[in-house]
Structure formats: structure tokens, C-alpha cells
Design a protein around this ligand. Structure first.
Ligand SMILES: NC(=O)c1ccc[n+]([C@@H]2O[C@H](COP(=O)([O-])OP(=O)(O)OC[C@H]3O[C@@H](n4cnc5c(N)ncnc54)[C@H](OP(=O)(O)O)[C@@H]3O)[C@@H](O)[C@H]2O)c1
Length: 340
């Protein structure tokens, strides 16, 4: 059995440990249903790249109950090549991306050189997307396109008016700006880092909104209608203030909680302006929608812009990067080359 490296977290005995270990395929836990063996055919993936999302940072730094079973290989994303397969739908040699489905939380994830996953969790990568680009996009970018699709489904078009992206310099925000601008939207970007204004403008934002304009509590239930729609990665008071400033019939795609999980608002935007608050999740999205999301990412996302928002690190750098993510020091996306 080939030996490979993994970052492994453990808290089985109550004390948190983080270590780099050498494993072989026999160490990779089954992800089939133990009560009905064979119902979820498995594949083993030679991982090329993973990433450090906000959730991964919390898991690696043991800051929030992300991990449900111990020991755990973290990493909610991976991209690589199928090296063995029990699933007739997923051939050996297929380039795949896996986002969510509880990897890095309930079953072992992508911060390792090999991973065992259910075949049904894999999405074949479009020919135009490399495994490195897939992880530059990662769950953050894939969630961004889900938000864009949600706005489109609620008839927010480039003709409807400007759209807002909150948490703009983060991973979800950066990709959302690039995707919306590519489709011709006028994008306003809310950030707490004014020094990133040039970066956000390069991605396609035309107006920078100071984070503090939106992040305070006690805002009015309805205010001047500024935006036709919004992608909100922040939640809390920011989401409440954004809802109050959405145009009639507009929509907010809410996917994040960077400011907080709370939401204190009123019904005014809904009953007086017909505003839609559309929740966006990424973990258990059906495969067909994932395939459409990756097709749209391939079509819409400018690869030079993606490169400009991406930093690449090695597996050994992950704990330090996790601290940076949690401290808000990371701009855009971080790719982990697990073989570096
Ligand atoms: N629903 C889902 O399935 C899903 C999927 C992916 C991510 N998420 C969530 O989406 C959020 C963003 O993820 P990400 O990967 O983009 O994280 P990230 O790269 O860490 O970016 C978060 C951004 O939010 C802003 N921010 C941070 N703290 C804030 C605060 N206290 N008040 C207001 N803004 C603040 C910052 O943007 P500026 O510096 O520009 O202000 C920061 O860059 C996270 O909460 C994550 O858990 C959810």
C-alpha cells in the first residue's frame, strides 16, 4: 500500500492534538453506509490540491465544533484524480472535485495526499478547469456561484440595478465580485479593509462601501433602496441593514456569518418591498446543481483574476494559514498543494 502524508486532528481523549502523519490506504475509513454495505460505492482520490476555508480554519485551530468524529483529517474541499473506484459511474483517471458532503467534518477530508470518498460526492471537473483552479475556487467560490444563480432565479439581472457584495475581500466575496462583473452587473463591494480597494476594483467592483456603513446595530427597518440584490457573506447587523436597502422585488442571497449568526430585522422589507431573503448552503447540494455550478464557474470566471486572488501554500503551512484566516488577514483564496 502506498504511504501518503496527512494532517490529522484528534481529540478522542479530550485533549486537542494536531499532527502530520504517514498513512496508507488501509487507514482511510470507509464512507459506505455501515448498515447497508455496498449502497454507496467508494473511490480513492490522489489529491492534488485542497484549500483552507473559514470552516477549515476553525477546525484546524479547534475554535468551533466543526469536527464531529475523531481522529479527523480536515479539509472540506479536494481536487485530484481518481486512483481506484468501486463506482461504475466514476472511472479511474477521472479528474474530480469534492466540496462538502461532510468531508473534513464527519468523514476524512482533503488535507492529505489521498482521500476515500463516495463516488456520488465527486463532480467531474470541466476540461477547462485545472485541479489547482478548482481549489482556488473551492467551497467559497462554488458558494459564490450558487449565490449568483440564486439572484438570477429571483430575476435580479444586470438591468435591475447595482448589486452589493459584503465581506468583499474574503474568499466568497472576491469570487462573487468577479462572477457578477463578468455577467455585466454593476457591483458594489463592502469591506472593512479600505487598503483592498484597488484589489476589489480590479476584480470588477465599481463602488467601495465602508463596512461600518452596514455593520452597526439599530438601523432603520427601511432605508433608501440602493441595491437590486446582494450576496451576503457576513450575516448579523450587516444582513439586517442590507435587507433594509434592497429595491422592491430584489433578493439577497445569504450564505455567511462572518459578523455573526444572529439576525434581528423586521418584516418591513418583505411586506413593503417584496424583498426575498434567499438562503444559500453548499454542503448537501444535489449533484446536478453542482455540475451546473462548475459549468458556470468554467464559463464565467476569468482565470487571471482567479490567479490574482489566490495564494498557494504547502501542507505544513496550514496551521499558520488557519490563524491568518481567523484573524481576517487573508485576502481572497488559499490553495494548499498537498504534495509540496
Ligand atoms: N453557506 C455555506 O455553505 C457557506 C459556504 C462557504 C462559506 N460560508 C461562510 O461565508 C462566510 C465567508 O466565507 P469566506 O470563505 O469568504 O471567509 P473569509 O475569506 O474569511 O472572508 C470573510 C470576510 O468577511 C468580512 N468580515 C470578517 N469579519 C467581519 C466582521 N466582524 N464584520 C463584518 N465583516 C467581516 C471580511 O471581509 P472584508 O475584509 O472585505 O471586510 C472577511 O474577509 C463565512 O462565514 C463562511 O463560514 C458559508
Amino acid at each position: 500500500m502506498p504511504v501518503f502524508r496527512a494532517l490529522r486532528l484528534d481529540k478522542s481523549d479530550g485533549e486537542f492534538r494536531r499532527e502530520y502523519v504517514e498513512l496508507d490506504d488501509a487507514d482511510l475509513p470507509s464512507v459506505d453506509d455501515p448498515d447497508q454495505p455496498g449502497t454507496h460505492p467508494e473511490v480513492v482520490v490522489d489529491v492534488d490540491y485542497s484549500t483552507v476555508n473559514f470552516k477549515d480554519a476553525l477546525a484546524v485551530a479547534d475554535q468551533s465544533p466543526i469536527v464531529r468524529t475523531w481522529p479527523m483529517v480536515p479539509g472540506i474541499d479536494l481536487a485530484g484524480v481518481v486512483s481506484s473506484s468501486d463506482d461504475p459511474e466514476v472511472p479511474v483517471g477521472q479528474r474530480v472535485v469534492v466540496n462538502g458532503w461532510g468531508i473534513g467534518e464527519e468523514s476524512w477530508g482533503g488535507l492529505a495526499q489521498r482521500a476515500r470518498v463516495r463516488g456520488s460526492w465527486t463532480v467531474p471537473l470541466p476540461d477547462g478547469v485545472s485541479t489547482a483552479e478548482a481549489m482556488a475556487i473551492g467551497t467559497a467560490g462554488y458558494t459564490s456561484i450558487l449565490c449568483v444563480l440564486a439572484l438570477e432565479e429571483h430575476h435580479v439581472t444586470p438591468d435591475s440595478g447595482p448589486v452589493l457584495v459584503t465581506g468583499a475581500a474574503g474568499g466568497v466575496g472576491s469570487v462573487a465580485i468577479a462572477l457578477l462583473a463578468a455577467r455585466g452587473y454593476e457591483v458594489h463591494a463592502s469591506t472593512g479593509r479600505p487598503e483592498e480597494a484597488d484589489y476589489l476594483t480590479t476584480l470588477g467592483a465599481s463602488t467601495i462601501v465602508e463596512r461600518s456603513e452596514l455593520s452597526e446595530s439599530g438601523g432603520r427597518p427601511l432605508a433608501r433602496a440602493r441595491w437590486a440584490g446582494a450576496v451576503d457573506a457576513v450575516g448579523s447587523h450587516t444582513l439586517a441593514n442590507v435587507l433594509a436597502q434592497i429595491q422592491p422585488e430584489g433578493c439577497v442571497a445569504a450564505c455567511g456569518l462572518a459578523q455573526g449568526m444572529d439576525l434581528t430585522t423586521s418584516v418591513a422589507p418583505f411586506i413593503l418591498r417584496g424583498v426575498t431573503l434567499r438562503g444559500v448552503h453548499s454542503v448537501h447540494v444535489p449533484r446536478a446543481r453542482r455540475i451546473e455550478a462548475w459549468r458556470r464557474l468554467d464559463e464565467d470566471l476569468d482565470r487571471d483574476l482567479l490567479a490574482s486572488m489566490t495564494t498557494t501554500v504547502g501542507l505544513d503551512d496550514v496551521p499558520a494559514v488557519a490563524d491568518d484566516v481567523l484573524a481576517g488577514r487573508i485576502r481572497g483564496r488559499v490553495v494548499v498543494d498537498v504534495n509540496a
